[in-house]
Design a protein around this ligand. Structure first.
Ligand SMILES: [Zn+2]
Ligand SMILES: [Zn+2]
Length: 343
C-alpha cells in the first residue's frame, strides 16, 4: 500500500509501506478520505513550525475516514464494511494527565503525523491503517468526506469549551481557514448572539458569510480595520484567534470588552502579546490544543445535521495528485479544506 511521506520541506513522496493485521482490540481500516491540515502544510512548506522540526521522514496526516476491512475479536461493536471516522488522538490512558481527565495533555500522546516527539509519530495518510477500536466513530449516514472533517470540527468544539458559555455573546474570529469557519459554525450552535470574522482574503470571508457570520472584515482593507469595534472599551466578549499571527491579535485586543476571553488556536510559532493592554482590560488568555472526546461529539453533530461541513470541502484530489493537493491547500484565495481520495 501507498503512504504520503514528508522527508523535508517541499519533499513529499508517495512510498510503499506495509500494513499490519489488527490485534484483538484493533480494526484495520481502508482509508477513503484524508483532509490536509494546517500542521501538514507546515511540515510540507517549512519542515515544521515553532520548535517542532522534522528530524526523520514521517507519514503525514491525521484527518481520515474509511471502511473497516478486518476486525479484531474484541472489537465486537464494529463490523466489516462500516464507515468510520478515525480519531488521531491516542493518549496513553495511564499518565497523570490522562488520569485527571485531560487526555489531550497526555505525556505519552501518539497523535498521528506529529514531529513533536522523537521518533516522530507516523501519520494516517496511508491506504491501510490499523487502529484501536476506541479510535473509531461510527460514521454511517455520513459521506467519507464528511467523516474526515471530524478532526478539525473536534478542535473547534474543544475551543468552544475552553471559551466557556457562549450564549448571548458577541464573538470575533480572526482567520477564516477551515478552523476559523468551523469556530463560526460551533459558536452559532453554542448560542452566540453575533459572529464577526476576519481574514486577509475575500474568498474565505464570502464563505464565512454563507455560513452565517453576521459581519466579515478583510483586514487588509485599511490600517485599522476593526476600528468601528473599539468605541466604549470594545465590543466582543470572546475572541477565537485562529491565525497565530501577532498582528491579528494586536488588532483584536482593543475590540475586546473588559474581562473578555481570548481563545488562542492559531499555532504560527512565537507571538508577541500586548500584555499592557490585556492587563488593563483584565482579558483572559486561554490556550486550546487538540481535543479528545469532542471527536465523537463532532461526528454526532454531523450525523444529526447540527453542523454541515460540506461547504468547507472545496477540493478532492486523487492520491497521485498529492503535490497539487498540498500546493492548492496553501492557497487560501482559492481553497479551504482540500481532501485526498485514497480509495
Ligand atoms: Zn487537523
Ligand atoms: Zn497519558
Amino acid at each position: 500500500m501507498k503512504a504520503i511521506v514528508v522527508h523535508a520541506a517541499q519533499d513529499l513522496r508517495l512510498e510503499t509501506c506495509s500494513s499490519r493485521d489488527p490485534g484483538d482490540d484493533e480494526v484495520q481500516v481502508q482509508i477513503e478520505r484524508g483532509g490536509i491540515c494546517g500542521s501538514d502544510l507546515h511540515y510540507f512548506q517549512h519542515g515544521g513550525f515553532g520548535t517542532v522540526k522534522l528530524r526523520e521522514p514521517m507519514i503525514l496526516g491525521h484527518e481520515v475516514s474509511g471502511r473497516v476491512v478486518q476486525v479484531g475479536k474484541n472489537a465486537t461493536d464494529i463490523s466489516q464494511g462500516q464507515l468510520v471516522a478515525v480519531s488521531p488522538s491516542r493518549p496513553c490512558a495511564a499518565c497523570e494527565y490522562c488520569l485527571q481527565g485531560m487526555p489531550n495533555h497526555c505525556i505519552d500522546m501518539r497523535f498521528y503525523g506529529s514531529a513533536m516527539p522523537f521518533p516522530h509519530i507516523q501519520g494516517a495518510f496511508r491506504q491501510i491503517l490499523t487502529v484501536h477500536k476506541n479510535q473509531c466513530a461510527d460514521a454511517q449516514g455520513l459521506s467519507a468526506a464528511e467523516a474526515a472533517m471530524a478532526e478539525p470540527l473536534a478542535v473547534t468544539i474543544h475551543a468552544a469549551r475552553q471559551a466557556g458559555n457562549l450564549v448571548g455573546k458577541r464573538v470575533l474570529i480572526t482567520g477564516c481557514g477551515p478552523i476559523g469557519l468551523l469556530c463560526a459554525l460551533v459558536a452559532q450552535r453554542a448560542g452566540a448572539k453575533e459572529v464577526v470574522t476576519t481574514d486577509i482574503s475575500d474568498y474565505p470571508l464570502v464563505m464565512a458569510q454563507h455560513l452565517g457570520a453576521d459581519t466579515t472584515v478583510n483586514v487588509t482593507s485599511d490600517d485599522s480595520p476593526l476600528q468601528s469595534f473599539y468605541a466604549g472599551k470594545g465590543y466582543f466578549d470572546t475572541l477565537f484567534e485562529c491565525t497565530g499571527v501577532a498582528a491579528a491579535l494586536a488588532q483584536a485586543i482593543p475590540a475586546m470588552k473588559p474581562r473578555g476571553v481570548i481563545v488562542q488556536l492559531g499555532l504560527g510559532g512565537d507571538m508577541t502579546l500586548p500584555v499592557q493592554q490585556m492587563t488593563a482590560k483584565e482579558l483572559q488568555l486561554r490556550g486550546s490544543f487538540r481535543f479528545h472526546e469532542e471527536f465523537f461529539t463532532g461526528v454526532t453533530w454531523m450525523k444529526t445535521k447540527k453542523i454541515d461541513v460540506n461547504p468547507l470541502i472545496t477540493h478532492t484530489l486523487e492520491l497521485d495528485q498529492m503535490q497539487q493537493a498540498f500546493t492548492l491547500a496553501t492557497d487560501r484565495s482559492v481553497a479551504l479544506k482540500v481532501q485526498l481520495d485514497f480509495s
